[in-house]
Design a protein around this ligand. Structure first.
Ligand code: PAN
Ligand code: ZN
Length: 189
């Protein structure tokens, strides 16, 4: 049917804010009320507005979840802010299939990609417009917004990677990114 046709793309990315429009797009948002247990300072967390938006994700999912050989693409926007001294950040996860890797890259704003391997060693990479990050399989990943404006990042991951959130929600990362004297610093748990 498509033979010799010239077609518009089924999905487009807005070059200004990297929002996706078109087909096969899933959207999710995480407000403070969805992030119980994520931040260290429970007292500060309880003072936050539960409706405060922390981050949202748009993902282009052109094949069913679990398809081997397929790829997904997503944009994550993390709002600026802190809970106590801890920057707004994503929940973070290992991939369910341990050897599945992922690319992240910085689009707008300033942030940090926080990584932890299976030996529970944690480190971080600075994110800024144009920064590129290859996340190996078996490495848990989350992003934190260390700037004053929204942090926008792009990501692409295999459609059979899956997400293992349980392990991070039970054991956390081995370090947290805190503002220490106006400087993002990894503090061991
Ligand atoms: C990203 C993340 C996204 C939100 O698309 O899913 O940044 O973070 P959490 O999923 O940890 O809440 C990705 O890493 N996909 O594999
Ligand atoms: Zn991932």
């Amino acid at each position: 049917m498509k033979h010799l046709q010239i077609l518009p793309p089924s999905t487009v990315i807005d070059p200004l804010n990297w929002c996706l429009r078109g087909s096969d797009i899933a959207e999710s948002e995480k407000r403070m009320k969805h992030l119980t247990g994520v931040f260290k300072d429970i007292g500060a967390f309880e003072q936050m507005d539960p409706e405060q938006l922390v981050y949202n994700v748009q993902a282009h999912l052109p094949v069913p979840e679990g398809t081997s050989g397929g790829l997904y693409f997503g944009t994550t926007i993390v709002q600026p802010g802190k809970v106590g001294g801890e920057y707004f950040m994503t929940r973070g996860h290992f991939h369910a299939l341990e050897d599945r890797a992922e690319y992240y890259w910085g689009v707008q704003g300033e942030g940090m990609l926080i990584l932890m391997n299976r030996e529970r060693e944690s480190w971080a990479e600075r994110m800024f417009p144009g920064s590129l990050h290859y996340i190996r399989g078996g490495v848990a990943h989350r992003i934190a917004n260390t700037g004053a404006a929204a942090l926008i990042i792009g990501a692409s991951w295999p459609s059979d990677a899956g997400h293992n959130y349980d392990e991070i929600s039970q054991h956390g990362f081995s370090a947290r990114l805190l503002d220490v004297a106006d400087s993002p610093t990894l503090i061991p748990e």
